[in-house]
Design a protein around this ligand. Structure first.
Ligand SMILES: C[S@@+](CC[C@H](N)C(=O)[O-])C[C@H]1O[C@@H](n2cnc3c(N)ncnc32)[C@H](O)[C@@H]1O
Length: 199
């Protein structure tokens, strides 16, 4: 059995007790370095990098726990594992997504929210602009500044844009910009989530 555990946005306080139980029971713990470093267990720790052979992850041992940031099924590793393994071979423990976390901080309802990922991929901007509330996962290429510039190029200026940086960690910061301000903002954000709010 492969267990995928959602560990929330990062701060251990936001980990569910069931998730912690599963992590403690693991004999093999697979995950990104940032997440692996957060858990002090006897399990064999295997970092999940670019060349990781996900298709053969079941060969790593008996009790394998895969750490996923936020919720494993929201643009997470559980979706990829479900392509390679049968549903019965995987257990998924939900976690608090950084989307839920940021919405709670800003007191913004999720009822009408659209969530997209620019993390290692590119959804077309025009496909999301029918929405007034859009959460966007970013990466080092698709930065908040790049998104703001692209929106300005597409003449979509009716948004305010929030950037949630290092959410749930001690150095968390949530910024509010106009698109123009963000496009011209010279700063390299830490791990971040973007929220576009239509006016
Ligand atoms: C591949 S997505 C996975 C999202 C995850 N499944 C979830 O539900 O939160 C990774 C992206 O989530 C966002 N992210 C994850 N943790 C974050 C945090 N603590 N603060 C800000 N953004 C975060 C970043 O945009 C990062 O590139």
């Amino acid at each position: 059995m492969i267990t995928v555990v959602g560990v929330g946005p990062g701060n251990p306080k936001l980990l569910t007790s069931y998730a912690l139980e599963k992590i403690k029971e693991a004999k093999v713990l697979v995950g990104g370095k940032r997440l692996l470093g957060q858990f002090d267990t006897k399990a064999k720790k295997i970092p999940y990098g670019k060349n990781f052979d996900l298709k053969n992850i079941d060969k790593l041992g008996d009790s394998i726990v895969v750490l996923a940031s936020g919720d494993p099924l929201l643009y997470g590793i559980a979706n990829t594992l479900l392509k390679y393994f049968k549903k019965e071979e995987i257990e998924i423990i939900p976690g608090i997504s950084c989307v839920q976390y940021m919405a709670s901080k800003l007191k913004v309802s999720l009822d009408d929210a659209k969530v997209v990922s620019f993390h290692g991929r590119r959804e077309k901007l025009e496909e999301i602009l029918n929405y007034k509330k859009i959460f966007i996962f970013t990466d080092k290429v698709n930065t908040p500044q790049k998104i703001a510039k692209d929106l300005r190029k597409a003449s979509c200026t009716d948004y305010v844009i929030f950037v949630g940086e290092n959410l749930s960690y001690e150095d968390e910061k949530i910024y509010k910009f106009t698109l123009r301000e963000l496009a011209e903002y010279e700063y390299e954000f830490g791990i971040n989530l973007v929220l576009l709010l239509g006016e």
